[in-house]
Write a protein that binds this ligand. Structure first.
Ligand code: BGC
Length: 382
């Protein structure tokens, strides 16, 4: 069941109930200008700030380091807020050991085989940081960069604009890439991300966001009982290094079939070679709607215990569903919680992994004069 504040309020109005009695207290609706405070200082002396913003019942904390969503709080069916994203409470842990908690990912989301690709006949070797492959941009990707942050309010929206310029040759990628990411909280409590980038040389780009979701709250154990639905009839199978083989395989009759909602845990222990490679789900779904000019709903996540739901809409053609397989009980998170395998999941909207080496996949090439633009919206309900 998908219910958001819009429908709750509309329903309440029809039933003659004041919206304020629905668990959404004063702060549930209020926008207001985002505020910032010092979060920590990097070894080189750079100050990192934490920005707080709220609107429509959603409360967000964002760091200038990595554009990291440090916490995202939404109400449950009784109006009780919880932080539904994994994170740390200090900068040192983000710098030293974060598995991309809440971070912006670039220049290239997910893997590029052997960190190599050829563009316009020219071979490029980029930084390798995951065995023999490149993961999430390289060892110092956008998740480890300090972004310039500018707050805004626009009508009933509040948000942050984040800017980062990636130098020509950074991590081995060609071209100066100017990136702007806009985080918007709408009056309905939706969290929208608009990504934009331009380049001065032909390059490859694939930006995404790496929030680890647990709709029951970041301290509540595994997400195996969350119900997930993905509008994708195919996925991209991988080899043992998690590089796509190039095949677009049908999900029908496999554990990868989430076209009807099922729990994350239902098939996660099936002895399927692809699940063994990923130690669970760690695959790109080929979204049936393809690339679209406007965001289209592609996935819904629901936690039956709290009633919280999240619907993801995107312009992108792919969705990486990663079931938190490599969380291993060695990280202590924001609330003092020890994170273990399956304690959260990621739903990363994207172009397909290793696209620069897979001519049959939708292109990730960006050329001078073009603007890279994608949008993803997270809508919450209860
Ligand atoms: C990847 C996983 C990786 C994780 C990093 C996901 O997007 O698909 O393979 O381990 O990010 O924590």
């Amino acid at each position: 069941m998908e219910l958001n504040r819009r429908t709750v309020i509309a329903g309440a109005a029809a039933a003659g109930i004041a919206a304020s009695t629905l668990g959404g207290t004063a702060h549930a609706t209020g926008g207001g200008t985002p505020s910032k405070k010092l979060f920590g200082t990097l070894a080189d002396g750079t100050k990192v700030h934490s920005w707080s913003l709220s609107n429509g019942g959603t409360r967000l904390k964002v760091l200038s380091y990595g554009g990291i969503v440090q916490s995202l709080e939404i109400p449950d069916r009784h109006g009780r807020h919880a932080n539904v994203s994994l994170g740390f409470d200090n900068l040192e842990d983000y710098v030293a050991k974060s598995p991309y908690f809440g971070a912006l990912i670039g220049r290239f989301g997910n893997r590029i085989g052997k960190g190599r690709f050829t563009l316009d006949g020219k071979p490029h070797q980029i930084d390798v940081n995951d065995g023999e492959n490149t993961l999430h941009g390289g060892s110092k990707g956008f998740d480890k960069r300090v972004w310039d942050v500018e707050p805004f309010t626009k009508g009933s929206d509040v948000g942050l604009r984040l800017y980062y310029t990636s130098a020509d040759g950074e991590m081995g990628y060609p071209g100066t890439l100017r990136v702007k990411v806009t985080y918007t909280l709408t009056r309905h409590g939706d969290w929208r991300i608009d990504y934009e980038a331009t380049t001065d040389k032909a390059t490859v780009v694939n930006l995404t966001s790496h929030v680890y979701w647990n709709l029951a709250g970041e301290d509540s154990g595994t997400v195996y009982d969350h119900e997930l639905k993905i509008a994708g009839s195919r996925y991209t199978p991988v080899d043992s290094g998690l590089i796509p083989t190039g095949e677009l395989a049908r999900v029908a009759g496999t554990p990868f079939d989430f076209r009807r909602a099922k729990t994350v845990g239902e098939d996660i222990r099936v002895a399927h070679q692809q699940l063994l490679y990923g130690q669970g789900f760690d695959h790109n779904w080929v979204l049936d709607k393809g690339i679209t000019a406007a965001p289209v709903p592609v996935a819904t996540l629901r936690d039956p215990s709290s009633g919280r739901t999240m619907t993801i809409s995107t312009t992108e053609p792919g969705l990486q569903f990663y079931s938190g397989n490599f969380l291993d009980g060695t990280l202590v998170g924001s609330g003092g919680t020890v994170y273990r395998q399956g304690d959260a999941l990621c739903l990363e909207t994207q172009h397909f992994p290793d696209s620069p080496n897979k001519p049959s996949f939708p292109s990730t090439v960006l050329r001078p004069g073009q603007t890279y633009r994608t949008t993803t919206v997270h809508s919450f309900g209860r």
